[in-house]
Design a protein around this ligand. Structure first.
Ligand SMILES: CC(C)(COP(=O)(O)OP(=O)(O)OC[C@H]1O[C@@H](n2cnc3c(N)ncnc32)[C@H](O)[C@@H]1OP(=O)(O)O)[C@@H](O)C(=O)NCCC(=O)NCCS
Length: 169
């Protein structure tokens, strides 16, 4: 039986195309029906390989990539909490797994890895925001021990969306 090598590491520029594909496919699957298609395409067009090359060159320390046999299949970005109202020092900004690889424990591995990195930086507590209606993310975050800590509204391309904050103390 063939075995897959799973690695979690910081990105390099060679991951740019694969990360672009992970973002676009996972974003599209998660938010189709919540965000209009025209806006999904707009956001996707901003997250091409150039964007990820820039991230790998300038902000790799804030990103962990999960690769299967060397190919990026998911990523997590994290750092300081940007919201004063939420009692946490850390934040996971984005967590995306290639839809064909979802449900196999990879999201949990990425989440745990980001949490460990934040803890190693002496960052206490963690928040993640997800758009209301993203039921998979809601189930995932609750299953990982997160508690709903609040909600607010954000604007994308002129439309308002409700989003939920999940907190780990
Ligand atoms: C949300 C996401 C990161 C989860 O990653 P994943 O690899 O599919 O999740 P895992 O297989 O690691 O699941 C981890 C745990 O969550 C649980 N879980 C996953 N989806 C769930 C759901 N819809 N309802 C309930 N529990 C769920 C699993 O049962 C598992 O529990 P266990 O560890 O106790 O067995 C992934 O589905 C994804 O990328 N979604 C699209 C992008 C997105 O919505 N990102 C979050 C935006 S804020």
């Amino acid at each position: 039986m063939a075995t897959l090598t799973i690695d979690i590491r910081h990105p390099d520029t060679e991951d740019a195309s694969a990360l672009s594909e992970v973002f676009v496919s996972a974003w599209d699957e998660a938010y189709r029906g919540i965000i209009p298609d025209v806006d999904l395409r707009r956001i996707a067009s901003r997250r091409g390989p150039e964007y990820w090359t820039h991230v790998a060159q300038n902000a790799a320390r804030q990103v962990l990539v999960l690769s299967l046999d060397g190919a990026a299949r998911g990523y997590v970005t994290f750092g300081h909490n940007r919201h004063d109202r939420i009692p946490a020092q850390g934040e996971v900004y984005e967590l995306y797994v290639d839809p064909v690889c979802q449900g196999a424990g990879l999201g949990r591995r990425l989440f745990d890895a980001a949490r460990q990195r934040l803890a190693a930086r002496r960052s206490k507590g963690l928040v993640i925001w997800a758009l209301a209606g993203n039921d998979r993310a809601d189930g995932f975050y609750r299953s990982c021990g997160g508690h709903v800590a609040g909600e607010d509204r954000i604007r994308f391309f002129g439309r308002n969306y409700r989003r939920i904050a999940y907190l780990w103390r």
